[in-house]
Write a protein that binds this ligand. Structure first.
Ligand code: GRG
Length: 310
């Protein structure tokens, strides 16, 4: 395994790049403590390595959660180490959740390369995910005064499981009729699956930075709301994003019967029946996407989400 050196400049860069650059050495140090094989899978998932001498298209991920952790600590005037430790912990949990999520969904591509389970096998990928989870808890628990922080992370982990369970169950429910998934249920699912870790990131940075509980709780709430918005954009990208940019498989969410935000919006319009037929037949997801687009024109929220990512 080769850990690629950083090449990005440190000044005048986007905030996500700045935070990623500042966190990478501590993250690499933590990953370097893993079993070498497990560490290689972790480094592969972070986009740092070559596998068996073959270069992989390296894409590190946006680093939204680690940036929130760094910014949470900065916002309360905490020391740099507070933000870094929180960032490493949340990024490890994020990577762990992606590894396991890709196995559950059978997704074969992420960050513009084969998923870890596709490259290394399912068993090894489960193990690598477990190792990242354990490393996150160890990292946080080792920080000075981290009792409250460990609790914050534990609550977020429980919420992640809750959101993932709902997401998986939603896929088994019909598109239309009384058993259909309601927007309120989607909101709760996204708040857990995605919002919990974004909220936890900002809250952990602030907590380790010495902020009072009310500040920590406020950042947690704000991050959770941001996470729901983030999930909606992720859903939009899952249907109309450029796979070369997003690294997501074409129409993967539709194929997996995911009850994503654009689909739920479209199912609340007169095209619902035709859309349900198209999605159930699984023959033409392009036509389904076009129908969702047509119906989505009626939703201000969806129009705005698409305008912002255009
Ligand atoms: C916590 C014990 C425990 C289990 C986890 C697998 C699982 C249960 C939850 C899945 C959570 C999950 C994968 C949510 C998806 C959130 C999401 C929008 C991921 C994509 O995030 P980006 O766009 O990815 O920030 P990058 O690649 O940029 O890092």
């Amino acid at each position: 395994m080769t850990v690629l050196p950083s090449t990005a400049p440190l000044a005048g860069v986007h905030v996500l790049d700045r935070c990623r650059e500042s966190v990478r050495p501590a993250l690499a140090e933590a990953v370097g403590r893993l079993h070498p094989w497990v560490g290689e899978m972790a480094a592969y998932s972070f986009g740092w390595c070559e596998v068996g001498g073959t270069p992989v298209a390296a894409s590190e991920g946006k680093g939204v959660r680690q940036a929130l952790a760094v910014l949470g600590a900065e916002a309360v005037g905490g020391p740099i180490e507070a933000g870094t430790t929180a960032a490493v912990a949340v990024e490890l949990v994020h990577a762990f959740s992606l590894l396991h999520d890709d196995i559950m969904d059978g997704d074969t591509a992420r960050r513009r390369r084969p998923t870890v389970w596709k490259a290394y096998g399912t068993g090894p990928a489960v193990l690598a995910g477990d190792a990242l989870f354990a490393l996150a808890v160890e990292t946080l628990a080792a920080a000075p005064g981290s009792g409250g922080a460990v609790r914050l992370l534990s609550v977020a982990l429980g919420d992640l499981v809750r959101g993932q369970a709902d997401d998986l169950l939603f896929a088994t429910r019909p598109w239309t009729g009384p058993e259909r998934v309601r927007p309120k249920e989607y909101r709760a699912m996204a708040g857990h699956k995605t919002g919990a870790l974004l909220g936890c990131a900002a809250a952990l940075g602030a907590a380790l930075g010495g902020a009072p509980p009310a500040t920590v709780a406020a950042l947690d709430r704000a991050g959770r709301d941001l996470g729901v918005a983030f999930q909606i954009v992720d859903d939009v990208l899952g249907i109309w994003g450029d796979p070369a940019v997003t690294g997501k498989p074409v129409h993967g969410d539709l194929r997996e019967r995911k009850k994503t935000f654009p689909v739920l919006v479209a199912l609340d319009t007169p095209v619902a029946r035709r859309l349900a037929e198209l999605l159930d037949s699984g023959e033409d997801f392009g036509a389904a996407a076009a129908l969702i687009e047509e119906a989505g024109g009626r939703s201000a929220a969806l129009r705005e989400a698409r305008r912002r990512i255009a």
